[in-house]
Design a protein around this ligand. Structure first.
Ligand code: NI
Length: 162
């Protein structure tokens, strides 16, 4: 496993559409391992492959620190409700902004054995599903921020970054 460099806003790879994963190769397994290590090392709650410069539809999420999710080719199939709160991104270091997201999200994806899985999340997990899946289509949360992007240093509490 290895820590990969996290690409930052302004890097064109973050605005490209990632490609479907059709088979799990040793290279893909290495990528997933590295994404997990890179996310934890950066104290993030989620990371999408384009953030380490790879245009594949893979995301890793862990919103509790003990519940790792690896999603391949994820897509949102159902949403409901609404939540408004602070969001951050490892590709936009030191910043945070207010974004409104659904409060409930259902996702269909493949796991590391290419089996189809269905996952549901509310609150922070629902937010992470939306945020990470948007990375796969070349979008960053800053496009959706209500009001100004703020410096995390100006807030009292540290925010989780995705
Ligand atoms: Ni992000």
């Amino acid at each position: 496993m290895a820590i990969r460099t996290i690409r930052e806003i302004g890097d064109p790879v973050l605005n490209k559409v990632a490609k479907e994963v059709t088979e799990i190769t040793p290279r893909i397994r290495d990528l997933i391992d590295d994404m997990v290590e890179t996310m934890y090392e950066a104290n993030g709650v989620g990371l999408a492959a384009p953030q380490v410069g790879i245009l594949k539809r893979i995301v890793v999420i862990d919103v509790t620190g003990e519940d790792l999710l690896v999603l391949i080719n994820p897509r949102i199939v159902e949403t409901s409700g609404e939540q408004t709160g602070n969001e951050g991104c490892l590709s936009v270091p030191g910043k945070t902004g207010i974004v409104t997201r659904p409060n409930y999200v259902k996702v269909v994806a493949q796991n590391e054995d290419m089996e189809t899985i269905e996952l549901e999340g509310t609150e922070l997990l629902a937010r992470a599903f939306c945020h990470e899946i948007e990375h796969l289509d070349g979008h960053l949360y800053v496009e959706k921020v209500e009001g100004d992007l703020m410096n995390t240093a100006d807030l009292e509490d540290d925010e989780d970054e995705e």
